[in-house]
Design a protein around this ligand. Structure first.
Ligand code: PMT
Length: 405
């Protein structure tokens, strides 16, 4: 049986005869230790009563996003944020079409739009419908967007036809879900992550900062939590929601970030410094807005605390020391500078990325990095969550060898 401990799975149930099998899917997730929330289309409630899912999961399903009582209690946004995985089973032809179009005209399609987790589709329909080009095109488009599909399986269908169209077996759906959720190899570990820019005030209305959106650091925190870690995310000013199951400490300046990391640094197993911390701050920030004159202005800058180097220095060389992962944002000499940082900041791994060009570094949803360790390196390109998975795969290997569980 698959292990879903600590995972939140949202099960979207479509209105087909196979809806009764979604009860078994829900039961398998609960039996595997998962927290299950259910969203149902109106048609699905005609096949299986919401009370059945409430009894199986301990939570009333979301069946109507326009019902204030439901939306206040669970709400499509709350489900969307909490979900580690969305499973749509059965996914009928109509529901697949509406998911493909990005509609939000029922509880399942609305939750799907609010999710930014992996999605597993389990189609179920008559064989002839499954073969229809419109359905094939809808499924292909969802797969192109990164959704995963399990089934349908072949066999005798409720209407007497024989062929592909049966909902995949609940055990097969549960196994596919477990594969998508990935390992829980950071269970019991404390991970501290820094993210985002810092803001160094010049005066009450002006500051020095940079274009970091926080996405890279938030992705590391989110994936680490999904892999079972206790995560503290120290973030500069960004426009991102707190990742689920992550303690977020929001700061402004490098000094505030350093203090927040210091607060958490005693018992950490893994430190990932993804933040774009300002190296300098104005030496003399003033309490009133500077009046502009006609003359040039000089700004004396002074160094900020080097947070990564501080954590490295505190732990380096100790037996069983935590794993320390630094980043390197470079415009040139990527590898050379990454290797220098590896030494200078006493890191176990440096994630080097070229900044200042599209497709990598600041602000985008994707990154292109070189992971540089003492004797090896690896090129990784993908979404920032995929890059985060690769960073954590490397870190877990070091952790398990240095601090066996
Ligand atoms: O936030 P996004 O928009 O997703 O962009 C992601 C990113 C480009 C910010 C990220 O991938 C990245 O490269 N982060 C590090 C940016 C940076 O400050 O790199 P650096 O080479 O200047 O610093 C080297 C390392 O020292 C970094 O781990 C940094 O967090 C750390 N540092 C730097 C200065 C300082 N005072 N304290 C630090 O801890």
């Amino acid at each position: 049986m698959s292990d879903f401990t600590g995972r939140t799975i949202v099960l979207g149930v479509g209105g087909g005869i196979a809806a009764y099998k979604a009860c078994e899917v829900a039961r398998l997730f609960v039996k595997g230790g998962g927290a299950v929330r259910v969203a149902m289309t109106e048609a699905a409630t005609r096949f299986v009563g919401p009370l059945t899912f409430q009894a199986l999961t301990g939570a009333a399903p979301l069946t109507d996003v326009l019902d204030a009582a439901q939306d206040r209690t669970y709400g499509h946004l709350e489900l969307g944020r909490a979900a580690d995985l969305l499973v749509v089973a059965p996914a009928t032809a109509d529901l697949i079409a509406r998911l493909r179009m990005g509609l939000a005209n029922d509880a399942v399609t609305t939750v799907a739009l609010a999710c930014d987790c992996p999605v597993l589709l389990a189609p179920a329909m008559n064989t002839r419908m499954w073969a229809n080009p419109a359905v094939r095109d809808n499924v292909a488009m969802l797969e192109k967007r990164g959704w995963h599909v399990v089934g349908p399986s072949s066999g005798a269908l409720a209407d007497g036809d024989i062929g592909p169209g049966r909902l995949a077996d609940p055990e097969e759906i549960a196994a596919a879900a477990a594969r998508l959720l990935g390992p829980r190899d950071l269970t019991g570990r404390k991970v501290v992550v820094t993210a985002g820019p810092t803001r160094e005030p010049i005066d009450p209305v002006r500051f020095i900062s940079n274009p970091s959106s926080g996405k890279m650091g938030f992705a590391v925190a989110k994936v680490a939590a999904r892999r079972g870690a206790r995560v503290v995310l120290v973030s500069g000013p960004v426009e991102l929601h707190d990742p689920p199951k992550v303690k977020v400490v929001r700061v402004g300046t490098a000094e505030e970030m350093a203090a927040a990391v210091e607060e958490e640094a005693n018992d950490l197993d893994l430190f990932v410094a993804a933040a774009a911390v300002s190296d300098y701050r104005p030496r003399d920030s003033v309490s009133q807005k500077k009046k502009k004159g006609d003359e040039d202005e000089a700004l004396v800058l002074t160094r900020t605390p080097d947070i990564l180097a501080g954590v490295g220095k505190r732990h380096s060389g100790r037996a069983g020391a935590p794993v320390i992962v630094g980043f390197a944002a470079e415009t040139e000499g990527l590898l050379e500078n990454a290797k220098k940082k590896l030494q200078a900041k006493k890191c176990d791994l440096v994630v080097a990325n070229k900044v200042g060009r599209p497709g990598a570094g600041f602000s985008g949803d994707r990154n292109r990095v070189v992971l540089v360790g003492p004797g090896e390196r690896a090129n990784v390109e993908g979404t920032k969550e995929e890059v985060a998975e690769a960073i954590l795969d490397w870190a877990v290997e070091l952790l398990d060898s240095r601090r066996p569980r």
